[in-house]
Ligand binder design. Structure first.
Ligand SMILES: O=c1ccn([C@@H]2O[C@H](COP(=O)(O)O)[C@@H](O)[C@H]2O)c(=O)[nH]1
Length: 278
């Protein structure tokens, strides 16, 4: 999906909601246990309940890999089921020496390789340019680079102030953003910024006025959709705000899909209000 198409979907659906498919087999409602593929049955119900409210889906790959070959099949079925008008994110947080990154990129972008054809993959930036560029070689695919993550540990490195040859001290995440912008344009490069980091969102938006930001951390992690939207929305939309557990596990009973829809609907209604102001 191109930048323009993603932006159009946001204004068509009046939503920048990304539903995170962090599907934990232990949290699937018991009545799905007899399905041939309970993880897929759960995801299918969540997708059916939210597809008109969401512009993106983000399976977190850890939840599928932890299931072995069965999990990979659930992931393939889930990806194939996501409607074509939704942007897809492999939240895999990959990145290695170029030779190895080539294979990670092939895994998520080449359907002939591992049966997956995601629009984008999350990548850790700390091994530098040659660890990221293999993902950028796939035309029409996106890299979503970790910039300032939502967890407390982001203070350990990402927020640490460092000096570089060309400038005074600045937080490491700023160097990540500025440097990565020399590798790819905003049509192919997004940044992850946690909703719990709203204090820095204005500054990040200044540095990256045209890049989409993937913002996890509303819902279970307590980030504020209002703060994120006020600081992060652009004329193109420019945001994908992810919620996983607060939607998936709104209920553990037979009404789980209805309750998931209600949670997604509440976020989408709020988003429609913010979009109306830009
Ligand atoms: O900084 C980051 C980067 C990624 N994530 C991922 O997003 C979801 C959040 O799930 P919730 O249940 O809505 O908290 C999950 O897959 C994380 O691995 C993040 O939270 N923060």
């Amino acid at each position: 999906m191109t930048y323009k198409e993603l932006s159009e979907q946001i204004f068509r659906k009046k939503s920048y909601l990304c539903v995170g498919l962090d599907t934990d087999p232990h949290k699937i409602p018991p009545h799905l246990a007899n399905e041939k593929d309970p993880v897929f049955a759960f995801n299918r119900a969540i997708i059916d309940a939210t597809a008109d409210l969401a512009v993106a889906y983000k399976p977190n790959i850890a939840f599928y890999e932890a299931q072995g070959p069965r999990g990979w099949e659930s992931l393939q079925r889930t990806l194939a089921y996501i409607p074509a008008d939704c942007f897809t994110i492999a939240d895999a947080k990959r990145g290695d020496i170029g030779n190895t990154s080539n294979l990670y990129a092939r895994t998520f972008f080449d359907p002939e390789a591992a049966g997956l054809n995601f629009d984008s993959v999350t990548v850790a930036p700390y091994m530098g340019r040659d660890s990221v560029t293999p993902f950028l070689e796939y035309e029409g695919k996106w890299v979503i680079l970790l910039a300032l993550t939502s967890n407390l540990g982001s203070a350990d490195f990402q927020r640490r102030r460092v000096s570089s040859e060309s400038s005074d001290e600045q937080p490491l995440f700023e160097i990540v953003i500025k440097t990565a912008q020399t590798w790819a344009n905003s049509e192919q490069l997004m940044f992850v910024v946690g909703a719990t980091q709203a204090d820095e969102l204005g500054r990040i938006r200044e540095l990256a006025p045209d890049n989409f930001l993937l913002v996890p951390g509303v819902g279970a992690q307590g980030g504020s959709l209002a703060d994120v939207s006020r600081r992060g929305l652009t004329a193109a939309g420019g945001l994908l705000v992810n919620a996983s557990r607060s939607i998936l596990y709104a209920s553990s009973g037979t009404d789980f899909a209805d309750r998931a829809r209600a949670e997604a609907q509440a976020l989408q209604t709020e988003m429609a209000g913010y979009l109306a102001t830009i």
